[in-house]
Design a binder for this molecule. Structure first.
Ligand code: 13P
Ligand code: SF4
Length: 327
């Protein structure tokens, strides 16, 4: 394939992302995008991309985009033979759990998550021993083995609803301590937390937020609930990545900052050119392992296939399905 032809075919896509990708960078992406679009057809594949993927992935090759909850729901209904998960490993595992007949590929097997790495199945069993009879609510940012030991999963979009759906006075909530504390602040249910943290969101501080308000009077501050509670307390709104994106679309603030991963602001700004984004953000090194060349290679070689050990699949899926049944 010649570069000139790839540039011509991808020109309409460049129009979409030109506000965040300088023209000098586009030739680096055009050939891979052109090849990926063809490979998707050849392999009968769809690409599910998380909101933290870079704009050339999110806006140019993805078929379905969203937060963890949306990606899980969409994964269930995918009709194509192959799902490429442009996101981190637990997201690919969830897609495989919910649609086991499909081939699920992740372009880089090392795309992990500090929360998922913070807890093992044995830790969950110990928590149950320490708190007998207390149900375990597990954030989807966790391994299949940990989900299999849990009663129900939750995401940042539905955590409070899931906790309250159980109708009990007390729950164990794993593994994100800050998400647990942020939910605890909004519910009467007592929450026993685990000391896992997101390495991206734990770095935001209340003094940073206060400095933003001084530097940009009137700025609206949106925070992900993986941020520490004292940061959430300083924000105007807290919600999942899609909740933040929807807030911008609904409220159209003149100036906004998203206290979350860096690609979010780029992706959302493309859809809302009238909004000014103050780009204070932290990069997720795991999400950034996924690149166009790796997606291309993944489709060329059909790697890396994500599988779930058969002894875990049923119980892990049950925890995710219970969550999806909560409206
Ligand atoms: P969301 O479910 O809000 O997209 O969050 C996923 C995640 O990993 C945030 O760090
Ligand atoms: Fe995990 Fe945090 Fe990266 Fe999300 S941003 S994938 S929670 S390390």
């Amino acid at each position: 394939m010649s570069m000139a032809a790839a540039l011509e075919r991808t020109a309409p896509l460049y129009q979409r992302v030109k506000s965040v990708i300088p023209p000098i960078e586009w030739p680096v992406f055009a050939d891979d995008i052109d090849a990926i679009l063809k490979l998707k057809q050849q392999r009968n594949a769809v690409i599910l991309a998380h909101n933290y993927q870079t704009p050339e992935i999110f806006h140019c090759v993805a078929d379905i985009v969203g937060d963890s909850l949306a990606l899980a729901r969409e994964a269930m209904t995918v009709d194509a033979d192959v799902i490429v998960l442009a996101g981190v490993h637990f997201m690919a595992e969830t897609a495989k759990m919910l649609n086991p007949a499909k081939t699920v590929l992740i372009p880089d097997l090392e795309a992990g998550c500090s929360l998922a790495a913070s807890i093992t199945a044995a830790d969950v069993r110990l928590m149950r021993q320490k708190h007998p009879g207390v149900p375990v609510v597990t954030y989807v940012n966790s391994s299949a083995a940990v989900k299999a030991e849990s009663d129900i999963c939750c995401t940042s979009a539905n955590a409070k609803r899931v906790v309250e759906s159980l109708g009990v006075p007390e729950v164990i909530m794993l593994p994100d301590e800050y998400l647990a504390q942020n939910v605890a602040a909004k519910t009467r249910v007592k929450i026993i937390a685990w000391a896992g943290h997101c390495e991206v969101h734990e770095r935001f501080t209340p003094s940073e937020v206060r400095a933003l308000r001084e530097d940009y009077p009137g700025v609206i501050i949106l925070a992900h609930p993986e941020c520490p509670p004292d940061v959430v307390a300083e924000a105007d709104f807290t919600g999942s990545t899609s909740d933040m994106s929807n807030y911008v679309g609904r409220e159209k603030p003149a100036r906004v900052v998203l206290l979350t991963e860096c690609s979010m602001a780029d992706n959302v700004s493309i859809n809302h050119p009238s909004v000014t984004f103050v780009k204070l953000c932290n990069l997720c090194p795991h999400m950034k392992r996924i690149t166009l060349p790796k997606i291309r290679r993944s489709l060329e070689t059909m790697t890396h296939e994500v599988t779930i050990p058969s002894d875990l699949a049923f119980a892990a899926r049950r925890s995710v399905e219970r969550m999806l049944a909560v409206v």
